[in-house]
Design a protein. Structure first.
Length: 42
C-alpha cells in the first residue's frame, strides 16, 4: 500500500511538472506570436 502511494505521488509530480512546462511553452509561443504580429502590422 505504501509503495502504491509513492508511485501515485511520483506520477502526480511528473504530470504536474509536465503540465507546467507545457503551459510555460504555450505562454512563450504566444509572446513570440504577438511580437511578430506587432512587427507585421507596424
Amino acid at each position: 500500500m505504501f509503495t502504491f502511494i509513492k508511485i501515485l505521488a511520483v506520477m502526480a509530480v511528473l504530470y504536474y511538472g509536465g503540465f507546467l512546462s507545457v503551459s510555460i511553452s504555450i505562454q512563450d509561443g504566444a509572446k513570440t506570436y504577438v511580437k511578430t504580429f506587432d512587427r507585421a502590422t507596424h
